[in-house]
Design a protein around this ligand. Structure first.
Ligand code: AMP
Ligand code: ZN
Length: 465
């Protein structure tokens, strides 16, 4: 398998640290609000990465944190007149509700920053003791000049980064690029006791600390949205590698942003949709198919029109599943015929192509096209004369290729009956309206699908021809 590594800016062969295992850390949400569709893309993308590794036989240890203490948390809790802890509890619950509804698998562990304060303090202390961090009036800063590799993820050195960044001059820092790893308490803020007085952790340190605690010194994959590469991930590397002297993560993966009507979307710009709003109108399969129909390293544009067209595309896939599920009750031959033994090899070639695409840095866009090609082939070649074995094989194959993407797992059983009942009702309405053309069309369309309508004194009955 090949993975694009932000660190080297190249696709690299994926070689795990331990054979057959993937240790993966994804930066999770700050739990002060419902998550938006941009966050949702990042979560769906890395859920898919994880599922695909599992599909390829790896055991994945998947950690995604909750940032439950930072400036945004404190501000929002004050506005709502609740504690930061209460705010975190509430939006962690809401996160699970939306993530479950998006069919995102639960992480192996979802650590909360505030549950690791003791470990974070030891981490900070270690960095101070080693001379990589210094204290000024209760704040502790990481000394970026001390860490020679600072900037390696961004591919820029300290001076170049400094020139490109907007930095507030801060008297307390030795260098403008230094960043806080421990913040002294301000009035009204939650705080914990530490060797530097009452305070709270900076944001970057929590991920370094929790990745270390839950996955070890070196991990396989560290991931997050592209906005996190600098400074968040750069800072995580500095802290972790300064402490352990070992490489922090082998592969760095970043997913691109979701724009709305071609504009940048962010919580602060107020042009965002929450995942929950979209889940009220669309099935999770539609949202996931939409999120995955572009490569994860290219930006996608969100619009209602695009979701609508994704919905129609998905209907085509589920129609095929429905037809196959219904064929199972109709076919007469049990086992593969000789011709079908040949044909099944054609079908298997779609799976090979799908794996080839997904192995190539999770090219979900091309993998999805392959599923559509497979379904077109099945629609053309399977029917009542097919064997049960072939129908089953085809059905399972569609579902199998959908599963790493978290789609196409629903059963449509029973829906044929419901659909026919609905069409009969529509036809009755058309007849009442004396719309004979429509009523005939509905009857003829059903006939073409092998469904015959009979008008009886008790009402309309239907049977399979
Ligand atoms: P936050 O709650 O803002 O800290 O973000 C949680 C995760 O979502 C991080 O991995 C971010 O990089 C990612 N993210 C934030 N905004 C977007 C966006 N518009 N598109 C894609 N991912 C995003
Ligand atoms: Zn992080």
């Amino acid at each position: 398998m090949k993975v694009f590594n932000t660190m080297t800016r190249r696709k690299e062969e994926f070689i795990p640290l331990t054979e057959g295992e993937v240790k993966m850390y994804v930066c999770g949400p700050t739990v002060y609000n419902f998550f938006h569709i941009g966050n949702a893309r990042t979560f769906v993308v890395f859920d898919t990465v994880r599922r695909y590794f599992e599909y390829r036989g790896y055991k994945v240890r998947f950690i995604q944190n909750f940032t439950d203490i930072d400036d945004k948390m404190i501000k929002r809790a004050n506005e709502e007149n609740i504690t930061v802890k209460e705010l975190g509890d509430r939006f962690i619950k809401e996160y699970y509700q939306d993530a479950d509804n998006l069919n995102i698998e639960r992480a192996t562990v979802n650590p909360r920053a505030t549950e690791y304060i003791g470990e974070i303090i030891s981490f900070v202390k270690d960095l101070v003791d080693k001379g990589y961090a210094y204290e000024t009036n209760g704040d502790v800063y990481f000394n970026t000049k001390k860490f020679n590799d600072y900037g390696k993820l961004s591919g820029q050195n300290l001076e170049e980064l400094q020139a490109g960044a907007r930095i507030d001059i801060d008297e307390r820092k030795k260098d403008p690029m230094d960043f806080a790893i421990w913040k002294s308490q301000k009035p009204g803020e939650p705080a914990w006791e530490s060797p530097w007085g009452m305070g709270r952790p900076g944001w970057h340190i929590e991920c370094s600390c929790m990745a270390y605690k839950l996955l070890g010194e070196t991990i396989d994959i560290h991931a997050g949205g592209s906005d996190l590469a600098f400074p968040h991930h750069e800072n995580e590397i500095a802290q972790s590698e300064a402490r352990t002297g070992k490489s922090f993560a082998k592969y760095w993966m970043h997913s691109a942003f979701v724009n709305v009507n071609n504009q940048k979307m962010s919580k602060s710009l107020n042009n965002f949709f929450t995942a929950r709003e979209i889940l009220e109108k669309y099935e999770p399969d539609v949202i996931r198919l939409f999120m995955l129909s572009g490569h994860y390293r290219t930006q996608i544009n969100f619009s209602v029109e695009l979701l609508e067209s994704t919905k129609s595309a998905l209907d085509r896939l589920y129609n095929a599943i429905s037809i196959l599920e219904n064929l199972l009750g109709e076919v007469k031959i049990e086992q593969l015929t000789d011709d079908e033994k040949q044909y099944i090899k054609d079908l298997a070639s779609y799976k090979e192509k799908y794996i080839e695409k997904m192995d190539d840095d999770f090219n979900t866009a091309d993998a999805i096209s392959t599923i559509f090609d497979l379904v077109r082939d099945i629609n053309t070649n399977l029917g009542v004369d097919s064997s049960k074995e072939l129908v089953n094989y085809s059905l399972n194959l569609i579902r199998e290729l959908g599963s790493p993407l978290g789609i196409l797992q629903k059963s449509t059983k029973g829906s044929l009956e419901e659909e026919i009942e609905k069409l009969i009702e529509e036809r009755q309405q058309a007849r009442k309206n004396k719309d004979w053309a429509l009523s005939d069309k509905i009857r003829d369309d059903l006939k073409a699908r092998g469904i015959v309508l009979e008008d009886t004194p008790q009402g309309v009955r239907w049977k399979k021809a």
